[in-house]
Design a protein around this ligand. Structure first.
Ligand code: SIN
Ligand code: FE2
Length: 214
């Protein structure tokens, strides 16, 4: 598996751990297809800030598309087939978002990625994501594929224990990060976004993360 992933890597791949990769600029050829898809998703399911089980309002605003969407409220974190704001199903997972994620996963050695959930995160300056593990999904053999658009951020890639010191990975517009396999449950987070304005995306970072949740 490891050798295969190695052989498949395109030139601008950075390998951060055994099965953790950043594909620099991998999403750039897809941008013109992605942005209208994102706009349509957000028209149907606008960004909103959710409350954690601990009672804190997240600094990141989120939305979802796909059969399942990640949500949080006072009673816990979960995937749900319906947008809690409207009771309606989440918007369908758009084609380019899906194709990009499947291609990125394949480039990192995950040949049969089959995402059914896409969490869309919006960071404005100051917004951050504390260290956490992605573990609300059923099947940990499927990777996480995370696409960064807009302002650059410092991603924190930690280890298997919360106390493991994270490394800081700059994520820029168009970068795609993939982690899975032995790295699937690594702690990770995002440091507070710096002030700025991106020429295409404005004063924000939008990140969308595809997973197989169900
Ligand atoms: C997440 O862990 O869901 C967000 C990761 C990111 O914004 O890069
Ligand atoms: Fe995460």
């Amino acid at each position: 598996m490891f050798g295969e992933a190695d052989a498949l890597q395109p030139p601008r791949t950075e390998q951060l751990a055994t099965q953790t990769f950043v594909l620099r600029g991998f999403a750039l050829p897809w941008i013109d297809a992605l942005l209208p898809e994102l706009r349509a998703v957000l028209a149907q399911a606008p960004f909103r800030r959710m409350v954690t089980p601990g009672g804190f309002t997240m600094s990141v605003a989120l939305s979802n598309c796909g059969a399942l969407g990640w949500t949080t409220d006072q009673s816990g974190y979960r995937y749900s087939g319906r947008d809690p704001r409207t009771g309606q199903p989440w918007p369908a997972l758009p084609q380019a978002m899906r194709e990009l994620a499947v291609a990125a996963a394949a480039a990192c050695g995950f040949a049969d990625f089959d995402p059914d959930a896409c969490l869309v995160n919006r960071y404005v300056p100051g917004a951050k994501m504390s260290l956490h593990q992605d573990k609300n999904e059923r099947d940990y053999s499927q990777p996480v594929v995370s696409v960064s658009l807009g302002l650059s951020a410092l991603f924190q890639l930690g280890g298997m224990q919360r106390s493991d010191r994270p490394v800081r990975v700059p994520l820029l517009h168009g970068d795609v990060m993939v982690w899975g396999g032995v790295d699937r449950l690594r702690f990770h987070g995002v440091l507070p976004l710096k002030e700025g304005s991106h020429p295409l995306m404005g004063p924000q970072r939008i990140n969308f993360t595809l997973r197989k949740a169900g």
